[in-house]
Design a protein around this ligand. Sequence first.
Ligand SMILES: CC(C)(COP(=O)(O)OP(=O)(O)OC[C@H]1O[C@@H](n2cnc3c(N)ncnc32)[C@H](O)[C@@H]1OP(=O)(O)O)[C@@H](O)C(=O)NCCC(=O)NCCS
Length: 138
Amino acid sequence: MITLATPDHIQALVTLENKLFSKDDFPLSKGSFYYHIKRNDLFVYMHDNELAAYVLWLKRKKYYRLYSLGVSTHLRGTGVAEELLEYSFNRLQVSIYTLEVKTTNSSAITLYEKFGFRKQKVLKSYYPNNYDGYFMRK
Ligand SMILES: CC(C)(COP(=O)(O)OP(=O)(O)OC[C@H]1O[C@@H](n2cnc3c(N)ncnc32)[C@H](O)[C@@H]1OP(=O)(O)O)[C@@H](O)C(=O)NCCC(=O)NCCS
């Protein structure tokens, strides 16, 4: 089941976030999740009463920017990210979506391309430790 996140989800979001992203990737903190729940669009995927995935979209005047997406390791490859993206596009209903992704994150890039995102440019040293990123747009 996918729902809009509420402050009640914050503890589970932080737990998942720290499993998904290392310190080098600046995992979102409790305070950041609270801020985004109030200001932006954060959808959570519940599986057997567990928060198993989420997607966070930042609201801009004319588009949405995908800021973070993560699926718990035990559910990967079962279509959860796809469900979250489909749900998002149905709910958000704008004509432009953007995102940044590490050039080395091939599973995420394949996923985004499947949904119509296209690489627009390389963002040199965009990530910590000088990792490059792609700016993608749909
Ligand atoms: C990237 C990520 C969100 C994919 O989630 P997922 O639920 O496993 O993805 P799905 O099962 O919905 O797969 C959908 C599509 O994504 C692509 N994909 C997913 N995993 C892939 C992999 N390991 N290799 C290649 N393509 C992959 C495929 O196109 C797949 O479609 P297909 O099954 O028809 O081939 C997940 O691996 C993850 O949480 N990674 C860590 C966090 C992260 O990197 N987030 C994105 C950047 S913020």
